[in-house]
Design a protein around this ligand. Structure first.
Ligand code: HEM
Length: 417
């Protein structure tokens, strides 16, 4: 079970290939929160949310683990300031794995370390700082649309559109030199491209970590305009190279596969929902529809695992200090809190930013505004350029991921005309 729980976590950081590819072999009674029924969470999720929104998972070897599915209980857990720990050391000790598995970064840190690192990063993610990226994102999207238009026959919208947009955006954010961008984009997308094969992904992980190490050294010598350069200029003495590399890798793992899945799955929804596509094309209510797509798709299916630091009661669930608590974000976002029909994608649903697609509390996604910026540019531009696009295979042949922390497709074959 150790590797199983680790697998749940680590898949988030490896994109799903390589050492954790075996996740799909695990029993469904543990993995069902990661399964989907088409784009919907499995029906069992709805039953638990209604009857037992905080429920014990049947994990053996004395590990006590809980799954939280209701909107309010998820908010209670994620919003608790000191009731739960994200510290990797606590989680690793609880499930018996070594610290060498620690992926680093914000998601597995508690205050005060988390507060210190997050405070350094936050200025780089304000709308004012991100504003400089808007024209770059527009140019990246336009470039990918031109590349699609030049293709002969059906295209793979996942590989040729959804993945490169966040990969190139992250190059801009981090300050990857222009000469390296093609190489970095290739490495990053291979790492997260489940269609590329396990060995390719494993090689890409180690090459991209090497590349990030070199980038940190280079930025230390000549700090540039991007996030790494800005961090070095403002906090060079307070942050070491290991932490800088952790930040860069955290941004890549946090911001690439997630945004790419949202672009691909959102495009699929638009291909099958003409009303929404028409509104998107006309540029009407784009922000509200992006929020509705984020809620409906909630691609990050469970939050980072939390470990309870003291005994706590939520409803009739008695959580003990040391228990592992998993929050289902995709479950929470189909709560009736969002209206009587939370399973419908509704282009007219009023903008509701209280969804859990970006989490909640001190670990809430730091890149949320950047992700929104990418989606608000990519969706309207795509449906305007290719108004007649449609899936090139019957819905039953679409290759959705079977059990992964970040829900998505392995490929999305599309006819553009
Ligand atoms: C649509 C795209 C995205 C989605 C759905 C998403 C989702 C999430 C969620 C749910 C969390 C919180 C997990 C938890 O509390 O356990 C999170 C955290 C995080 N995200 Fe995102 N994310 C997206 C894009 C991005 C981007 C573009 C970046 C950076 C460029 C990013 C960087 C991070 C980081 C660094 C964290 C950890 C924050 C912390 O622990 O303080 N994400 N993301």
């Amino acid at each position: 079970m150790r590797s199983q729980v680790l697998g749940l976590v680590a898949r988030r950081f490896t994109g799903g290939n390589g050492p954790y590819a075996g996740l799909s072999m695990l029993p469904d009674k543990i993995l069902w929160p990661l399964h989907r029924d088409g784009l919907d969470p499995v029906p069992q999720m709805g039953r638990w949310r209604a009857d037992k929104p905080v429920t014990r998972l049947p994990v053996p070897f004395g590990i006590r683990a809980w799954l939280v599915t209701g909107y309010e209980p998820v908010r209670t857990v994620l919003g608790s300031v000191d009731g739960y720990s994200n510290d990797f050391a606590k989680f690793a000790a609880r499930i018996g794995i070594g610290m060498e598995q620690n992926p680093g970064g914000l998601g597995f840190a508690d205050p005060p370390d988390h507060t210190r690192l997050r405070k350094m990063l936050t200025p780089e993610f304000t709308m004012r700082r991100l504003g400089r990226l808007q024209p770059r994102i527009e140019a990246i999207v336009a470039g990918r649309l031109d590349a699609l238009a030049a293709a002969d026959g059906p295209v793979d919208l996942w590989h040729d559109f959804a993945l490169p947009i966040p990969a190139l955006t992250i190059c801009e954010l981090l300050g990857v030199p222009y000469a390296d961008r093609e190489y970095f984009q290739e490495l990053s997308t291979t790492r997260f491209d489940l269609g590329a094969g396990g060995n390719a992904a494993l090689g890409a992980i180690s090459d991209s970590l090497d590349y990030i190490g070199g980038l940190v050294e280079q930025q230390r010598r000549e700090p540039g305009e991007g996030l790494l350069g800005a961090l070095i200029k403002a906090h060079g003495d307070d942050i070491d190279d290991r932490e800088l590399a952790g930040v860069a890798d955290g941004v890549l793992t946090g911001g690439l596969e997630t945004s790419a899945s949202m672009i691909a799955l959102g495009a699929l929804v638009l291909m099958t929902n003409p009303v929404m596509a028409e509104k998107m094309r006309a540029g009407v209510d784009v922000d509200a529809m992006v929020e509705e797509l984020l809620r409906y798709l909630t691609v990050v299916q469970v939050a980072f695992p939390r470990v309870a630091v003291r005994d706590v009661r939520i409803g009739d669930a008695e959580i003990r200090a040391g228990d592992v608590v998993m929050c289902s974000l995709s479950g929470a976002d189909r709560d009736v809190k969002f209206g009587p029909d939370p399973h419908l994608i509704d282009p007219d649903r009023a903008a509701n930013r209280s969804h859990m697609a970006f989490g909640y509390g001190i670990h809430r996604c730091i890149g949320a505004e950047l992700a929104r910026m990418e989606l608000r540019v990519a969706y309207p531009a795509l449906v305007r350029r290719f108004p007649a696009m449609s899936p090139a295979v019957p819905p039953a042949e679409l290759r959705f991921r079977r059990a992964s922390i970040v829900f998505g497709l392995d490929e999305l074959p599309v006819n553009l005309a």
